[in-house]
Design a protein around this ligand. Structure first.
Ligand code: SF4
Ligand code: MSK
Length: 647
């Protein structure tokens, strides 16, 4: 590797650095490629922007120039961003659609090894979709809910039912600005049409459709994905686990699951304890079967089964380079193509399981809903058979951290209010009396252009120190888990107010909410806090913000946009949002969206500046709510309580 940088500059994860240090031959990794291949500056800086939307181009346009067709910098920047958002929405929502299809097959008994595991969640989901439950059986309700969910993708007019879960005031804002999504696929298709050569050329109008598309992701496709995953595999509750590459086991068969879809991963994780398979592994000289995960498939099985995540996005190659991975099974999204070449140097078998994602160099073993258990067994057996083929010296860094994950919004409500009085009231009260200053969502990817995990970890520590409750999902959550601050003991690093809450409830100061699609849980939590009362009438009133400090994927742009359009201040860092060269578009996304939606999305390069900005935004919200002065907590005796209820 062109070692201009120390390994510690490339990753904050000691285990990743250890693997990079241990390389005794030249192996191409995302880290080495990030040194030799510089990012193209067009689109991310003042050097202009590039349009490739027709064959008269590509046109590189600056502030004072235009493309051959006359398209301006602002139009091209808005179009490019809008297409990224459409792609991000498509990714999340296609995942949600697959989950709806799976629910339908499960309800008919056609999904091998699957059944409805969370009836209560199913009832709520059905209710939210307007499906009448009456005295119907669980499978009948599941079938109807699945049909209704699938219909939301192709719906052509009206509103997506799940938008009604937002506060009333928020719904009115969306209607007023005509950005209420009509159907999930419809918004993606219209976005692609409008950004086609010679169609929509007004940056603000283009970005309004981008907002509508992103809303169809967060409140539509992603929410469907999260809810159905809970229905089929249970709604998460807190559980302890361990994370990082140290969770690979030298004397066991290591199977890594990677990607985003939960289904095959859940089945593999469940089957890995089966006696027959464990005995088979022993017959091949291994002590057992060790299933671990990478990225969001890892988050799914972590949240429900406590399976160890061994790393986030930038750790995927490192896992193979330990020489200890018998098999890596991938599904969709965030899977580096480099894995196909990398496995040729090791004994690892790379399996693709989705018909939507094949990789040269991988073996394709297609998952279909009807063959889940059989396929999972075949994959585990293949891994076991590969145990004796290890050819590299195994190098597993002895590095791991403990974590607590599994904070669904249902559990948060329960843990705060107790079984019979489930409620967000205690959280609202803690925000009102200042023990918690606000809620900060630190989410999103790693990005090889900046030091892995550095910004995630730095920001989380700074926020909890100042009494901000942090919630996290995706690779950001795995970063914080690896850093060891996702355990109740990390309350020692929190400010006194947040620490008192952590002590009382027994939670970490940072809550792991799940995978990338589970950002929809944050929308639900925000809506529930609003309806609990005392913190305004809309999400935009809440002292809350969202940050994607190491974003990489187009999905992050969709997430950032649906949060902004839901009334949240959102800041990205690391790599610029690809509109930086257009002041016009930046203004639309900041002051323009602030005026329309009460939220905004901006890029701030300097991480301390970003920290200060987020704190200022939240403190301004506290002022507007008149909760900026610290109130003393009053311990009330029975008499005082009676006096209150008599008022
Ligand atoms: Fe150039 Fe216009 Fe074609 Fe874009 S659409 S490539 S700006 S001519
Ligand atoms: S996996 S989208 S790198 S968070 Fe959800 Fe991580 Fe970003 Fe993929």
């Amino acid at each position: 590797m062109d070692n201009n940088k120390e390994f510690g500059d490339l990753s904050s994860d000691e285990a990743v650095c250890k693997i990079l240090e241990s390389m005794d031959e030249e192996i191409s990794t995302v880290f080495s490629r990030s040194q030799s291949l510089k990012p193209c500056p067009i689109g991310s800086s003042e050097s202009g922007i590039c349009c490739k939307n027709c064959s008269m181009g590509p046109c590189r346009v600056m502030e004072e120039t235009a493309g051959l067709c006359g398209a301006t910098l602002g139009t091209i920047a808005a179009r490019n961003l809008a297409r990224h958002i459409a792609a991000g929405t498509a990714a999340h929502s296609d995942h949600g659609r697959d989950m709806a299809h799976l629910l339908a097959l499960t309800s008919e008994g056609k999904a091998e090894g699957l059944k409805i595991k969370d009836d209560l969640k199913l009832f709520n989901f059905a209710k939210n979709l307007g499906v009448k439950t009456g005295d119907k059986s669980v499978n009948e309700i599941a079938g109807e809910a699945a049909e209704k969910a699938m219909s939301l993708f192709g719906q052509q007019s009206g509103e997506i039912d799940l938008m009604r879960l937002a506060p009333k005031k928020r719904q009115e804002i969306w209607r007023k600005h005509k950005v209420m999504p009509r159907g999930i696929d419809r918004e993606v298709v219209e976005m692609m049409h409008r950004t086609n050569m010679g169609v929509d050329q007004d940056p603000e109008n283009i970005l309004d459709q981008a907002v509508r598309t992103a809303l169809a992701d967060g409140w539509g496709g992603s929410m469907i994905g999260t809810d159905i995953t809970d229905i089929l595999f249970t709604t998460p509750v807190p559980l302890a686990a361990k994370t990082n590459l140290g969770m690979l086991k030298e004397d066991e068969v290591n199977v890594v699951i990677h990607g985003h879809e939960p289904t095959l991963s859940e089945i593999i994780a469940e089957l890995s304890d089966e006696n027959e398979l464990v005995e088979y592994a022993k017959s091949k000289g291994a002590k057992g079967i060790n299933v671990v995960g990478i990225c969001c498939s890892a988050n799914e099985v972590l949240m429900r089964q406590g399976i160890a995540p061994i790393g986030n996005f930038l750790s995927q190659e490192m896992a193979i380079m330990t020489g200890a991975v018998e098999l890596m099974v991938v599904d969709i999204q965030c899977i580096m193509q480099s894995l196909g070449e990398l496995v040729k140097k090791y004994h690892t078998k790379l399996i693709t399981s989705s018909p939507k994602a094949k990789i040269p160099g991988a073996i394709h073993m297609e998952f279909q809903e009807v063959n889940g258990t059989a396929l999972a067994k075949e994959i585990i057996k293949m891994a076991i058979d590969n145990f004796q083929n290890r050819k590299h010296k195994v190098c597993i860094p002895e590095i791991s951290s403990e974590l607590v994950a599994g904070f669904s919004h249902e559990y948060i409500r329960y843990m705060l209010g107790g079984r019979f009085r489930e409620s967000f009231r205690p959280l609202n009260d803690a925000i009102i009396d200042g023990r918690i200053q606000g809620i900060v969502a630190i989410v999103g990817c790693n990005n090889a252009r900046i030091c892995q995990d550095k910004y995630h970890n730095y920001l989380a520590k700074e926020f909890i120190k100042r009494d901000y409750l942090v919630v996290s999902t995706g690779c950001g959550a795995l970063s914080l888990a690896k850093c060891g601050i996702m355990v109740p003991e990390a309350m020692e690093e929190a400010g006194p107010g947040l620490r008192s809450i952590c002590e009382a409830v027994g939670i970490p100061p940072i809550l792991h909410l799940g995978s990338c699609v589970d950002n929809s849980r944050i929308l639900t939590i925000a809506s529930e806090i609003v309806s609990e009362g005392g913190l305004g009438e809309d999400i935009s009133d809440l002292p809350a913000a969202g940050i994607a400090p190491e974003w990489m994927s187009e999905k992050a742009l969709s997430i950032g946009t649906y949060f902004a359009a839901s009334g949240v201040y959102v800041a990205f860092s690391g790599q610029p949002i690809p509109v930086e060269s257009s002041i016009e578009v930046k203004n639309i996304m900041t002051s323009g969206w602030q005026q329309k939606y009460g939220g905004q999305l901006e890029y701030i390069a300097d991480i301390d500046e970003l920290l200060e900005k987020v704190i200022n935004v939240i403190q301004d919200k506290r002022k507007a709510l008149k909760i900026d002065t610290k109130k003393e907590r009053v311990l009330m005796d029975m008499e005082a309580r009676r006096a209150l209820t008599n008022v």
